[in-house]
Ligand binder design. Structure first.
Ligand SMILES: *Cc1c(COP(=O)(O)O)cnc(C)c1O
Length: 399
């Protein structure tokens, strides 16, 4: 409960710095013995309300809010990996994450091995003494392939490797900690904010337990954090080995807008996921080449029924065969917003190959499931019938 002016809505603490009561308090804040704010790069009171709420939602020990989803991924990977270390990434990844792992991390000597969700057998043989992280997304974007999180989590536990899940598209629906994940990442920019009003990200951490994987020699650098912070060691590690120096910190205004979105997340999630199933089914019956894991002939339908019965988030893809037809389809719409975002209250659409994946090689596109005619839709809060009517008009116009 906020006591500040008895406000019910979270106050926006738009302050870069904070005063300390006296010199002793200053020392205590810097040593971590006093939880009052130090300086906004290291944490902001408005952002910390968001951190608490999302950590509670996920059953974590705490969280660190960041300036964007990429900020959260960068913070966590840069805090756990050093030069010469390796990451095992499973499944089709968000374009920004893929570019980070193929173009930027190698400049710092960090190598990523990419496996498909069907390569479960090769995960174990891909792990070496240098592997620090197994990384995957709860739903491939835009491949919509589903990873067997339970199986991957078991491998990560068996080999004592940190398991990170980017759960951006399935908050509430998928609980990565229950599958053995150690860190859950969100781009809150998407369905958590829900209306394209704020860029943001967050990393939520599981409690470090006595004698668990983080006590092994692989994670020797964590020892000082464990000694000092016990179960909250991963939070300290992210802040001191990354956030402090890279400065991908969340700002109070964005955190406030994200908190507003969070209030209605569950309702919007239900509506959007229900609409996705309806829209996918009708479009398919009308002859469109639709991909959604809820469809009966989908390759991941079993996993969908087992782990994703409430949905796989707002994405549906349509393969129009050619770029020309995809453009005609999109440009005929009276309802779609053509944009690179997902998880918005409005229905969004984008041709993949000519935008996000423009600079990717044909091999990379193949690995990520990007075909020439691929359109990604993110279903919004409109009436499902209105969405269907518009998309069927687009289909007619594309012929
Ligand atoms: C958008 C997205 C990101 C990156 O988030 P930003 O807030 O745009 O930096 C990361 N992962 C997934 C799955 C995303 O959809």
């Amino acid at each position: 409960m906020n006591t500040f002016h008895r406000s019910i809505s979270t106050p926006i603490t738009s302050s870069a710095a904070f005063y300390y009561e006296d010199s002793q308090e200053a020392e205590d804040i810097f040593s971590g013995n006093c939880a009052n704010p130090l300086y906004s790069r290291m944490g902001n009171p408005t952002s910390s309300v968001l951190e608490q709420q999302l950590s509670t939602m996920e059953n974590g020990v705490g969280a660190v809010a960041t300036s964007s989803g990429m900020g959260a991924i960068t913070m966590v990977l840069m805090s756990l990996c050093s030069s010469d270390d390796e990451i095992v990434a499973i499944g089709g990844l968000f374009g920004g994450t893929y570019a980070f792992m193929t173009q930027t991390l190698p400049r710092f000597g960090i190598k990523t091995k990419f496996l498909s969700v069907d390569d479960l057998d090769t995960i174990e043989s891909s792990i070496t003494t240098k592997t620090k992280v197994i990384f995957c997304e709860s739903v491939g974007n835009p491949s919509l392939r589903l990873p067997d999180l339970e199986a991957i989590g078991k491998i990560a536990t068996k080999h004592n490797i940190a398991f990170i899940v980017d759960n951006t598209v399935t908050p509430v629906i998928v609980k990565p900690f229950e599958y053995g994940a150690d860190i859950v990442i969100y781009s809150t920019t998407k369905i958590i904010s829900g209306n394209s009003s704020a860029l943001g990200g967050i990393a939520i951490f599981k409690e470090v337990k006595e004698h668990d994987k983080f006590h092994t020699s692989r994670y020797e650098f964590l020892t000082p954090f464990i000694n000092k912070l016990k179960g909250k060691a991963l939070i300290g590690c992210s802040k001191k080995r990354s956030l402090r120096d890279f400065g991908m910190s969340a700002n109070a205004h964005s955190s406030y807008q994200t908190l507003l979105g969070l209030e209605t997340l569950d309702l919007r999630n239900n509506r959007i996921n229900t609409s996705c199933e309806i829209v996918a089914k009708v479009l398919k019956s009308e002859g469109l080449n639709v991909n959604h894991p809820s469809l009966n002939d989908n390759i991941d339908k079993d996993l969908y029924d087992r782990n994703f019965s409430e949905g796989t988030g707002s994405m549906i893809t349509i393969d129009m065969g050619t770029q020309e037809k995809a453009y005609k389809f999109l440009d005929a719409s009276k309802l779609l917003t053509i944009t690179a975002n997902i998880g918005d209250s409005r229905t969004l659409g984008l041709h993949m190959g000519s935008t996000i994946y423009q600079d990717f090689t044909s091999q990379e596109k193949e690995f990520l499931g990007i075909t020439d005619g691929l359109i990604r839709l993110s279903i919004g809060l409109e009436k499902p019938q209105d969405i269907i009517d518009d998309l069927l008009n687009c289909f007619e116009a594309s012929k």
